[in-house]
Design a protein around this ligand. Structure first.
Ligand code: ZN
Length: 193
């Protein structure tokens, strides 16, 4: 499994990374409810056929923007000190308190499976998927593997799945090569002085 794949599957990291640097400018990929819908469709969080009322969307959008702030805060703290402060956990738990879920058991092609039901409350369903990803990340990974890209022109968070946990950049193809080329260029400039 590649890092990209893991990041792609983790909605919490994906949501945090909707603030990114594009052409040197900090850009918000979900700056309004319309771009938020496109993002959810793209991430398969919702389907074309899902019926969402505009009041549901407004309410969810506000909660998502709050959640993104909390999640970025958590990821930033972990990437810097590999620790989550109790206050930040309280912030997460106060949102979880408002997600109405019950646990279910179902028969899926002869196999019994556990699932969570949100009583078709659209808002709870999306928040559940995102916070479930966040908790999975915090519980199942060593915290020192959760990192923010070391590139000066990138702010993306990622999971470092390398053996030695020394990965510095979100992607070697983009940020890694750019930083190495910049360093090489600076060294050359120094040499010619
Ligand atoms: Zn990067």
């Amino acid at each position: 499994m590649t890092d990209k794949h893991i990041n792609d599957e983790n909605f919490a990291i994906e949501l945090a990374n909707t603030i990114k640097i594009v052409h040197g400018q900090e850009t918000d990929l979900i700056k309004d409810s319309q771009s938020f819908i496109s993002w959810m469709l793209n991430k398969n969080l919702i389907k074309d056929t899902d019926k969402i009322t505009s009041s549901e969307l407004d309410s969810l959008f506000a909660k998502i923007i709050d959640s993104r702030k909390i999640i970025r805060n958590v990821l930033k703290q972990i990437s810097e000190i590999s620790y989550v402060e109790p206050k930040v956990l309280d912030d997460i738990n106060s949102i979880l308190k408002n997600i109405h879920i019950h646990i279910q058991i179902n028969n899926l092609n002869g196999k019994l499976v556990k699932s969570f039901n949100t009583d078709s409350d659209f808002c709870s369903k999306i928040l559940l998927l995102i916070y479930d990803s966040l908790i999975d990340l915090l519980v199942n990974y060593e915290l020192e593997r959760i990192k923010q890209c070391a590139s000066s022109s990138c702010t993306l968070f990622f999971i470092d799945t390398s053996k030695n946990k020394k990965k510095k950049w979100c992607s070697m193809q983009t940020c890694g090569n750019r930083e190495k080329a910049a360093r090489h260029f600076n060294r050359k400039k120094l040499d010619t002085k």
